[in-house]
Write a protein that binds this ligand. Structure first.
Ligand SMILES: [Zn+2]
Length: 62
């Protein structure tokens, strides 16, 4: 997956289901805070990456 992420892309993250993620500063930080499915989303209007935040992941279940 890292191959798809341009190294010069500024990291900004938003959750698929809610508006969490603006406080996450890096891909590694997102993983450390239990975000999943983090992927590069160049077409997104408000962030360069999209993922599933820990709160929404718990609602969805395993
Ligand atoms: Zn969420």
């Amino acid at each position: 997956m890292d191959d798809l992420i341009p190294r010069d892309a500024p990291f900004s993250l938003v959750c698929i289901h809610c508006d969490a993620g603006m406080e996450i500063g890096s891909y590694e930080e997102a993983l450390a805070q239990s975000w999943t499915e983090v992927s590069y989303a160049p077409d997104l209007p408000m962030a360069n990456f999209i993922g599933l935040c820990p709160a929404c992941r718990q609602e969805e279940g395993p």
